[in-house]
Design a protein around this ligand. Structure first.
Ligand code: KG4
Ligand code: ZN
Length: 341
């Protein structure tokens, strides 16, 4: 089954073709980073307009690169939520129109299910059940996954998502948008010994997380440095290092707790923040010590992309699921409400 996948929930337009027999055939991505960088964050209206501009050319390019005629497609998968409503509507309108014109089924994919299943695009795939640490710009969740659509939310962030905390830290240190990679790159030059940031909520039982306090801690540390005439690049690097280590440690402690609670030893880490070097190294060490397994998507499939949407949609379409063409988009959508296959 050949499925075209379309992602447009935020600031990336992604298109891919997934074949349920052969795997991923092609994928293209257009990132709006430059468009939003001057505003220090995503401007929703500009995002929607840019998706409209880029969707058709990207779809044509993906078909051309894969040498596939659109008439050969068997289904269309599009991100239906959660995300920015205008951006979602841009992708879902194009997807549903194409499905109507080609007389093939369309399916609305949950963006976070796309992230969660992204490691399945790799040659060595995780087996069910596993614990998924899903860390993106909008969400931080620990989920027990027993199969596709069998998701039990074990814990989540009570305030800022991990990616959001990276982005806000970058903003207050004037490191530009998007923050995650910039904070992480500067952290490489940071001195590990200089600051020790708190590990939020690790002394409390449970699997919920909170990252907004870390952001405040960063702000206070930076302001104190400014007051002491020490607002240097090195201080920024030292703060980035302490911040990144605190997030990585916290995520590792919570992941360990989730594995213990559910009596599992297989961890899947996905979403934009799973690209982070320090977080990967902490989680690798944790799973090595536990003699367990850990899986990540390849770096380009950690952040938003069309391949993960094509994959998730293809699994559901192949199982006979599809949505009416009047099913458009939903900015809020509970992962636990998804149908199992
Ligand atoms: O999954 P994603 O592309 O979009 C959402 O669904 O939100 O995640 C984007 C988030 C941003 O907050 C970005 O700063 C963060 O992922 N991110 C990183 C890294 N690369 C992207 N955070 C930390 N380290 C990175 N290397
Ligand atoms: Zn995402």
């Amino acid at each position: 089954m050949l499925v075209l996948g379309i992602e447009s929930s935020c600031d990336e337009t992604g298109v891919a073709i997934y074949d349920t027999n052969k795997g991923l055939i092609a994928h293209t991505l257009y990132t709006q980073i430059e468009l939003h960088a001057q505003y220090g964050g995503v401007v929703p209206e500009l995002a929607s307009r840019d998706h409209i501009r880029k969707l058709t050319p990207l779809i044509l390019q993906t078909l051309k690169e894969s040498n596939i005629d659109r008439k050969e497609l068997n289904g269309i998968a599009y991100t239906a939520g959660p995300g920015l409503i205008g951006a979602l509507l841009a992708g879902s309108s194009v997807a549903r129109s194409l499905a109507y014109a080609l007389n093939i089924p369309a399916i609305g994919v949950h963006h976070m299910e796309g992230h969660l299943l992204a490691p399945m695009l790799e040659e060595i795939k995780p087996e069910f059940p596993f614990i998924c640490l899903l860390v993106s710009g909008g969400h931080s969740m620990l989920i027990r996954v027993d199969g596709i659509g069998q998701y039990k939310l074990l814990g989540e962030t009570l305030d800022d998502a991990a990616g959001e905390a990276f982005d806000k830290t970058a903003k207050l240190l004037e490191l530009g948008y998007p923050g995650g990679p910039n904070v992480s790159n500067l952290a490489l030059k940071g001195n590990t010994e200089r600051y020790k940031f708190p590990r939020p909520m690790v002394d409390r039982p449970g699997l919920d997380m909170s990252f907004s306090g870390l952001k405040t801690y960063t702000l206070n540390t930076w302001q104190a440095a400014v007051k002491d005439n020490d607002a240097t690049e090195q201080t920024k690097a030292d703060i980035c290092r302490a911040f990144e280590l605190a997030v990585a440690d916290t995520l590792a402690i919570k992941s360990k707790r989730a594995l213990e609670q559910e009596n599992l030893n297989r961890l899947v880490v996905s979403g934009g923040v799973s690209a982070n070097r320090e977080i990967r190294s902490k989680l690798d060490a944790l799973m090595k010590k536990r003699n367990g397994e850990v899986f990540y998507p390849r770096l380009e499939f950690c952040t938003d992309n069309g391949a993960m949407i094509a994959y998730a949609g293809a699994q559901r379409l192949a199982a006979g699921q599809s949505n009416d063409l009047n099913f458009a988009a939903t900015p809020r959508w509970n992962l636990e409400d998804l149908a199992k296959i």
